[in-house]
Design a protein around this ligand. Sequence first.
Ligand SMILES: C[S@@+](CC[C@H](N)C(=O)[O-])C[C@H]1O[C@@H](n2cnc3c(N)ncnc32)[C@H](O)[C@@H]1O
Length: 310
Amino acid sequence: MEARTYHTPVLLQEVLFYLLTARNGFYVDGTLGGGGHAEAILRQLESSGKLMGIDLDDDALAAAGKQLARDSDRVLLVKENFRNIKFVLSQNGVMSVQGILLDLGVSSFQLDEPAKGFSFQADEPLDMRMDRRQELDARHIVNRYDEQALVDLLWTYGEEKHSRRIAKAIVRQRAEEPIETTGALAVLIERTVGKQFLNKSLARVFQAIRIEVNNEMENLRQALSDCVDVLQPGGRLVVISYHSLEDRMVKYAFRAASALSIPSGNKIIPDTPLKPVLKMLTRKPVTASEREREINPRSRSAKLRAAEKV
Ligand SMILES: C[S@@+](CC[C@H](N)C(=O)[O-])C[C@H]1O[C@@H](n2cnc3c(N)ncnc32)[C@H](O)[C@@H]1O
């Protein structure tokens, strides 16, 4: 029972409401995970409606493949980075789509999975790669980045106020022996910040390292621009983010694409006139109801924004 509620797709009804505009359309779930959202989307489509599911994680693709087995004739699963959505679609002969969902970050499935090293609640090798083909992992960052790079990383991606002290402690500790596990890093953070704000610091430090390992901000920046390009007029982009950096990036990207001009910031050079390419559907981010927050802890930090291609 516990595991079932834990894996419930976040903001499911809201996703369906904002995303679906044609029951026979072609949709992309760019963050397939366990396939929860994808399955619900397929349930709403007619038999001519299709879905492409993208994920970087082999285990997610395998789990979603099972979950969506009965719809396999209208589903295409692809191991790719969603930032390459244009390329993936064109490789499969699809020029434009009716809707795209990005439910960012890691899945509860990945947090639960031993040996991925995403969670500070277990003692695992420091890894955090969604895509096992890439070389950069958390172990490299923790043991090789210089102190200033660590400070910048923890501050920028974690907004961690103890970033200087934690970076110094990491550099001191690894001079004695490499920091190999999530448990060793968690103990070091506890020793540095004390017990009072420990959980918040742990969450922020692990989030910062994960974002760096997986190049998450750059992936999102690229994807937001390319998703808009591949949407059909009237098609929708729905993004669920879980921390303020992501939400800010989505907000500004949507704002820029729905503005009438780009200000040059210069009295001599005029603003660049542009036609808006998006219409924002959510002025403020949509958040989970009290009921959903109670049964699905992951939904508590979720913010959904949606926009429509003009
Ligand atoms: C929050 S989970 C999605 C859960 C999913 N909506 C469901 O209903 O089960 C995010 C998923 O996106 C994947 N992911 C994150 N960044 C990605 C990227 N740049 N390209 C492709 N997949 C990515 C992760 O591997 C993870 O499986």
